[in-house]
Design a protein around this ligand. Structure first.
Ligand SMILES: [Cu+2]
Length: 162
């Protein structure tokens, strides 16, 4: 229960989501603009974000997310309850055909629990999304500075040009 405190702290940082489209070829499901926030020393949890897009004809389901950077990754939703942001674990997330689900500060997010080391701005973080149908999709998330509400601009332009 102790680690709920730093989690809550991160989740309380209000920010708007982002929705810059970027085309990723291949499978029915793609992970776009993955990014994470840097963490201060001593904090045991981090937050990561991305857009999950399902271009396929059928619903797929996100079963879990893993990373070498932390002991585990929880999928959290954030809701406003009596003026306060509360986050809840989501065990399985359905991604309907044609849907784009945006993870961002103040909303859905990936919570990296028991970080092995602080997340440093400018580094890359490997995230593997495991879907029921699409299987495992590994992406490199850019770590943006502490408190960022958008992925690094460099990262966005990188995606736009490739
Ligand atoms: Cu959370």
């Amino acid at each position: 229960m102790l680690r709920a405190l730093p989690s809550l702290f991160l989740c309380l940082v209000v920010g708007s989501g982002f929705a810059a489209p970027s085309a990723t070829p291949a499978a029915n499901v793609s992970i776009e603009l993955p990014w994470a926030r840097a963490t201060p020393p001593g904090v045991q949890v981090g937050a990561a974000y991305a857009v999950i897009a399902n271009q396929g004809p059928a619903t797929d389901r996100l079963l879990k997310v893993t990373t070498p950077a932390s002991a585990r990754v929880e999928i959290h939703s954030t809701t406003q309850v009596a003026g306060r942001m509360q986050m809840r674990p989501v065990t399985e997330l359905d991604v309907p055909a044609g849907a784009r689900i945006t993870f961002g500060p103040g909303g859905m997010h990936l919570m990296l629990v028991d970080l092995k080391a602080p997340l440093r701005a400018g580094t890359q973080l490997e995230l593997t999304f495991v879907f029921e149908k699409a299987g495992a999709i590994a992406v490199q998330a850019t770590v943006a500075p502490i408190g960022s509400s958008l992925p690094a601009e460099e990262d966005a332009s990188h995606h736009a040009h490739h």
